[in-house]
Unconditional design. Structure first.
Length: 142
């Protein structure tokens, strides 16, 4: 599966109150729909339009970020038919296409949610890399 793009269709972010107690953050991605998209490519490929919702929820209804969007993916006709059939029947995707889709959605949505959290004065929804102070070794103490 080749991911052509990930686009946003709606973004909302709100901060409700002052957090009470320990703050927890939960990120979640839900695939809302999978359908064929006619984008006029050659007959050996099928384009799939996958709608999704990405949510970041802060505990105690402190804050919420929600991003809705669509991913356009290109797949061989036979494989795309299998993906569409399975979605129509069970509303699930096979492991490998799901992994690829989720990773691409997470990359784009995580960056956007960090920016939105910053603008609302919220903690980052994903851990950011930090430089740590090392404890001195025995040789450094001498």
């Amino acid at each position: 599966m080749n991911i052509l793009n990930v686009t946003f269709t709606a973004i909302s972010a709100n901060r409700n109150s002052v957090p009470k107690g320990k703050l927890s953050i939960n990120n979640n991605i839900k695939i809302d729909s999978v359908e064929e998209s006619n984008i006029g490519l050659d007959k050996t490929k099928t384009a799939l339009k996958i709608a999704f919702t990405y949510k970041t929820e802060y505990s105690s209804d402190f804050a919420k970020i929600e991003i809705k969007g669509e991913t356009l993916a290109l797949e061989e006709v036979k494989v795309a038919k299998g993906i569409l059939d399975k979605w129509k029947k069970d509303k699930v995707l096979d492991k490998e296409p799901a992994r690829l889709l989720i990773n691409n959605i997470m990359m784009k949505c995580s960056l956007e949610s960090i920016i939105l959290a910053k603008e609302l004065g919220l903690p980052s929804p994903i851990p950011l890399p930090m430089m740590r102070q090392d404890t001195p070794t025995k040789e450094a103490k001498k």
